[in-house]
Write a protein that binds this ligand. Structure first.
Ligand SMILES: [Fe+2]
Ligand SMILES: [Fe+2]
Length: 223
């Protein structure tokens, strides 16, 4: 029997098979905030052939990853990874995005009013995400590290809602930027801004995926 089924939900699939994540990302299949959706349904919505997609994902399962398997690694190691890899760089990444967006609004904003909306969405992401990281680092992660994750249903619920809100802002940026495709006349800063946005989105999706699909369920189960 095939390892991957169209009835598999995208979040658990990505969690069980980390080397499938780049394929899901390339295909635009949302394994983090949309992780409850089945692979089959997501393919239908995106107009992708289900059998070809399953074959492509299965081909990726043979890839050797040098990353620990975060669905099985000890929770303290997973939390260290989340903080070091995703939390620490985020304030500087957001500062860079804001500076680029401000410059673009200043130089091109009068002829391209969408740029001001992009800048505002970046500001909204910052306003949501920086307090979110603090709540995880100061409240939720210490609870989990103290072995009290099973009692953390309330904070985990709030984190899920905040992840969904960030996912909606990312979706708005994707729509505003035509999937990070710069217009022909775009200058270097504009191209750099879209490229940085795309990288930021990829990192944030991996980050939210590891929390929603690996850390939170395992902590709630009392690990
Ligand atoms: Fe986080
Ligand atoms: Fe989070």
């Amino acid at each position: 029997m095939s390892l991957i089924q169209p009835t598999d939900a995208l979040g658990p699939l990505a969690s069980a098979h980390p080397t499938a994540v780049p394929v899901l990302w390339d295909l635009g299949l949302d394994f983090c905030c949309g992780g409850a959706q089945t692979l089959g349904q997501a393919c239908t919505d995106k107009g992708l052939d289900v059998r070809q997609t399953v074959a492509r994902i299965e081909a990726a399962l043979t890839v050797q990853s040098d990353q620990p398997h975060w669905a099985r690694a000890p929770l303290p190691a997973l939390i260290d990874h989340l903080v070091d890899r995703f939390h620490q760089p985020m304030p500087a990444d957001l500062d860079r995005l804001k500076a680029m967006a401000e410059k673009l609004v200043r130089v091109h904003g009068d002829r391209h009013p969408r740029l001001a909306r992009m800048r505002d969405v970046v500001l909204a992401l910052e306003a949501d995400l920086l307090p979110h990281l603090m709540k995880e680092e100061q409240i939720l992660f210490p609870l989990i590290l103290a072995g009290r994750g099973a009692q953390a249903g309330g904070p985990v619920h709030v984190m899920h809602l905040e992840h969904d809100a960030a996912g909606e802002l990312l979706a708005e940026l994707r729509a505003l930027t035509d999937d990070h495709t710069p217009p022909e006349e775009a200058c270097g800063t504009w191209r750099g801004f879209y490229s940085a946005l795309k990288t930021f989105e990829g990192e944030l999706m991996q980050h939210i995926h590891l929390e929603n699909n690996a850390l939170f369920p395992r902590a709630l189960a009392g690990e």
